[in-house]
Each structure stands twice: as C-alpha cells, then as structure tokens.
Design a protein around this ligand. Structure first.
Ligand code: GLN
Length: 286
C-alpha cells in the first residue's frame, strides 16, 4: 500500500473522529519519521510492512477514542512539543492565555534587582512552568505536583527544552514549604471540573485523561479555593496571580479574592469569548 492509499483508508476508518485526514497524516509522519511536506511530496512511496503493522495498531487506538496526543506521546503548546502520558493532562490551547498574560504583565512592569520568582501549582506535563522558563530564562521557577508520574514527565520536558526549574512533589491544598511573600508570580491550571460536569465530558477525555488532574471534588471549586489561599500567602505585594478555571466559574473565582488582599481582580476570556482565567494582583495589605 502507498502512503496515499493508507492515508485514505485510515481517514475513512477515523470518519467518526475530529480531523480524520490530518490524524492519518500525523500518524504516517510519526511512524515513518518524516515531516508533512516530505510525506505529501512522496505520497506514492510504498509503506514498508513493519511500518504498516505499527500504523494499524495506532490507528485502532485512535479509532477507539484515545486522544492523538497520547498515541504520539506529545502535544504542542506555545510553539514547543511537550511529552505527555497517562499521568498528565494534555496541554490545551486556552492555557496559553496564562503565558501571554504573565509575559505581558512583567514586560510592562520592568522588574529590577533579584530575578523574578514564579510558582506553578499543579504543573502536570510542566507546559506552563517550562514555557515561562523558556521564554524568560532569567526567571526562577518552581513547579509543584502531587503526582510523581506527572513530575517525571515534567522533568523530562524541562530537560528536552533545556530549562532549569525546581520541582516539588507536594499537595498544594496543604501548607507548602515556602516562605511567605516570596514569589512575584503564582500561576495555576488546577483541576476545576465538578463531578456533575465530568460525567458530561467527551469519552476521549473521561476514558484517557487522569481524573485527578480534572476533578478536585464534587463542587469543582475545591482546588481553585486552595490555590487562592496559597497565592495569597506566597505572593509579594504587587505580585501576580493567574489561575485558569471553567467558563462558568468566573464570578466564583473573583469572589475568592477578598479586597483586603487583592486588587485589579478581573476575569480573562479565551478565544471563544468565554470566561477562562482569574487575574489578581496581591495588594500591600496583609
Ligand atoms: N498545568 C498543566 C496544564 O496546564 C496541568 C494541569 C492539570 O493537570 N490540571 O496542562
């Protein structure tokens, strides 16, 4: 079978999934170790039998609903590839807003003196902390996760992108071993989905992505609440708090930020125009 013939056959078997033709191409690129330009330019080449066996196995996994990122072993985030496995969430494009917002905030407020210190709570694949460290090599980052499996993946990603970060295996709903008011930025994409919403998610998410990375408890606000408490204690006055949340949690997240401790509290939207993240600046008052 030629590459083109395999692609057409695979796309047909993936008709019930999103982007069947692109998925078929990406599987071919992955197994044949070629880029898409080369794949298309040499579409009449015959697929070697061993490659075809492997392709069929990967195709069956995708046809059964497994997300492509787990099959390929990576997902692109903010222009870089991040390894993922069953212990990490797959990075989502809406999370890139946290990166853009953090970079822009500190671009405007030129920080002088000691290097800026940031903390990523619930780092998963490490996509947020590693992207920040790669974009701003002078910043000193710490990435926390409760899952040793996720931290292993995050460390591997940090190494692949040549960034240096501190990693800590810890539960951010408990007291973290950091001094008060020691960070300029606390960023987090915590689990924020309620048990009720979880039941409604796509099977591809429910069956393959780690539940603990998605659901903090029955209500969905359990971890956002704990993250605000940590950020309140750990941020310096003037420090920035950014936290992703569900599109219906904008108001509840703003309400976490008491005016005694926070200023400039507002909600950022995603590209679909939905409420997506909390923005708050730690005020001077303690
Ligand atoms: N910080 C990681 C991400 O944004 C993991 C988030 C999570 O597991 N809830 O993808």
């Amino acid at each position: 079978m030629t590459r083109k013939e395999w692609k057409i056959r695979a796309a047909r078997l993936l008709a019930h999934t999103d982007a069947p033709s692109l998925t078929a191409q990406l599987l071919l690129c992955h197994v044949l170790d070629v880029d898409r330009v080369a794949l298309i330019a040499h579409s009449e080449e015959v697929v070697p039998p061993e490659a075809e066996t492997l392709l069929e196995a990967l195709l069956a996994r995708r046809a059964a609903g497994e997300p492509l990122a787990y099959i390929l072993g990576f997902r692109e985030f903010y222009g870089r590839d991040f390894a993922v496995d069953a212990s990490t969430l797959i990075p989502r494009p809406e999370t890139e807003h946290l990166i853009e917002t953090a970079l822009e905030f500190f671009e405007q407020r030129k920080v002088t003196g000691a290097p800026l210190r940031f903390l990523d709570l619930g780092t998963g694949s490490g996509c947020i902390a590693i992207t920040l460290a790669a974009e701003r090599p002078a910043w000193k980052g710490t990435a926390v996760d409760i899952s040793s499996g996720a931290l292993k993946v995050a460390r591997r990603n940090a190494e692949a992108h040549g960034v240096s970060l501190s990693f800590l295996l810890a539960d951010f709903t408990q007291a973290l071993p950091f001094a008060d008011a020691d960070f300029d930025l606390v960023v987090s994409n915590p689990p924020y989905i309620s048990e009720e919403e979880y039941a409604e998610l796509d099977a591809g998410v429910r069956d393959f992505e780690p539940r603990t990375a998605l659901v903090p408890g029955p209500e969905g606000m359990e971890h956002p609440r704990a993250v605000e408490e940590a950020a309140r204690r750990l941020l310096k006055p003037g420090g920035l708090f950014l936290m992703e949340h569900g599109w219906l949690q904008g108001e509840a997240c703003r309400a976490l930020c008491h005016e005694d401790f926070w200023k400039d509290v507002h909600t950022g939207r995603d590209l679909a125009g939905k409420d997506r993240f909390l923005f708050a600046v730690r005020s001077e008052k303690r």
